[in-house]
Design a binder for this molecule. Structure first.
Ligand SMILES: C[S@@+](CC[C@H](N)C(=O)[O-])C[C@H]1O[C@@H](n2cnc3c(N)ncnc32)[C@H](O)[C@@H]1O
Length: 260
């Protein structure tokens, strides 16, 4: 039995450690987004008053975190969940006036050109951002000098180099594992466009351990049977892999052109 308290890690994730672990588990849609965001924020900057797009925000835990921790204004954009549910969650969290819930598909975003100082996407960008042409679309919503930061499930080596996905990845992640890439892949993908300068592109050194701990806790403490099942299914994949291939990539770039 893994206790909920195992999720409270003040030395590693001091900001996330102040959030109720049961609340984090209740809102789970994938590996703990607050840990990923807290790690990612070591490479990027959020200042009070900044306008931030949280792309594929899920239940919006990262949007709440951004508003509370950094005093930014957030557009919490989500495809799978109704905006009304997220708006109610933001109001309950006391950030209803700072976080705007939007339902949108990533290729059809209802925003103005250069509306945002920053775009953040946690455990979501790999669903649409591996398309070579996508950055050209998304970057139009960023101001010159604006920051794009993503956390995505990642591999230490490209599947092409390995001749295909090993069985444990196919079983645990399905064919969608094809969308997992190395930090170097993301750096090349973005830099070649000439649209952004990549500031950091790194793998979490022990990302698989965070991922596994999160799965163990969600498998026991989530109120949602589907989340419990999904979490249980990922544990054998992580145990077999032991960080050999699987991790999270944290990538931050800045849109070219001078900031105002
Ligand atoms: C695994 S969930 C992660 C949610 C949240 N960021 C988190 O970390 O808890 C993946 C998210 O990607 C979003 N997503 C997937 N495909 C998308 C698309 N084509 N356009 C916009 N969002 C998409 C979904 O709405 C979903 O919330």
């Amino acid at each position: 039995m893994t206790s909920l308290d195992a999720l409270v890690m003040p030395d590693k994730y001091p900001r996330a450690a102040t959030y109720d672990p049961q609340w984090m588990v209740d809102n789970c849609m994938g590996p703990n987004p607050l840990w990923l965001l807290e790690d990612l924020s070591r490479d990027c900057t959020f200042r009070p008053g900044m306008k931030v797009l949280d792309l594929g925000c899920g239940t919006g835990m990262t949007s709440i975190f951004l508003a509370r921790e950094y005093g930014v204004e957030v557009w919490a954009s989500e495809l799978w969940l109704p905006a009304e549910d997220n708006a109610a969650r933001f109001a309950r969290a006391g950030v209803g006036d700072q976080v705007h819930a939007v339902r949108a598909e990533a290729h059809d975003l209802p925003f103005e050109p250069e509306q945002f100082d920053a775009v953040l996407s946690v455990d979501s960008y790999h669903y649409f951002g591996t398309d070579d042409l996508y950055l050209g679309y998304l970057s139009r919503f960023l101001k010159p000098g604006g920051q794009l930061s993503i956390a995505v499930p990642s591999l230490h080596r490209e599947l092409r180099e390995l001749g295909g996905a090993p069985a444990h990845l196919r079983t645990g992640a399905g064919w969608e594992v094809l969308a997992f890439h190395t930090p170097e892949w993301w750096r090349f993908e973005w830099e070649q466009t000439g649209l952004v300068e990549v500031i950091a592109s790194r793998a979490q050194s022990d990302g698989w351990l965070d991922w596994k701990l999160w799965c163990e806790v969600c498998a026991e403490h989530s109120p949602d049977e589907l989340v419990r099942q999904h979490s249980r299914a990922e544990i054998p994949m992580l145990d077999t892999d032991r960080g050999e291939l699987l991790t999270f990539a944290l990538v931050t770039g800045r849109k070219n052109g001078s900031a105002e």
